[in-house]
Design a protein around this ligand. Structure first.
Ligand code: ADP
Ligand code: MG
Length: 151
């Protein structure tokens, strides 16, 4: 179900949307973040992490598949699975440290992920709109959330 569909005109607006989405997330939630390089995935996660109480700089994971940040009440996990194809063969349990109770996780390039990503609460899709404009669609994956809501 599409819950938000907006166009932002700069990174600050995309961060604000991330912060807004953070407000409706719960402990244990997983958010899939899709879009081309430079579409603003990490920018959106940065805004969400801030709103969840993360004060450390939120940067793109480069030497590992993810970062974990201490937030106000949960750990905020930020994964980038762009290069997972090779990593997964090394350790199929790789994602477990980032997901589940006590954490709220954001995953860029979830297409490369495993079945562990099947229980996502929300999917955010970003696309370039020319210049600094970005189209951002937010879907709540209610049927997968396991929260007992409407089907
Ligand atoms: P991704 O993680 O999708 O590769 P990033 O968030 O790392 O993208 O980078 C997005 C880049 O685009 C940043 O340099 C950011 O400043 C710029 N940018 C320009 N306009 C926007 C916008 N409306 N929303 C998000 N980022 C934007
Ligand atoms: Mg990124």
């Amino acid at each position: 179900m599409a819950i938000r569909s907006v166009e932002t005109s700069g990174p600050a607006e995309t961060e604000s949307l991330g912060a807004e989405l953070a407000g409706i997330l719960d402990d244990g939630d997983l958010v899939l973040v899709l879009g081309e390089l430079g579409s603003g995935k990490t920018t959106l996660v940065r805004g969400a992490a801030r709103a969840l109480g993360v004060s450390d700089p939120v940067t793109s994971p480069t030497f590992s598949i993810g970062h974990r940040y201490a937030g106000g009440t949960v750990t905020v996990s930020h994964l980038d699975l762009y290069r997972l194809a090779s990593l997964e063969r090394e350790d199929p349990e790789l994602l477990a440290d980032y997901l589940g109770p006590g954490r709220i996780a954001f995953v860029e390039w979830p297409e490369q992920g495993s079945a562990e990503l099947a229980g996502a609460r929300m999917r955010v899709t970003l696309s370039h709109g020319g210049g600094d404009r970005r189209r951002i669609d937010v879907d709540e994956l209610a049927e997968l959330a396991g929260g007992g809501g409407s089907s």
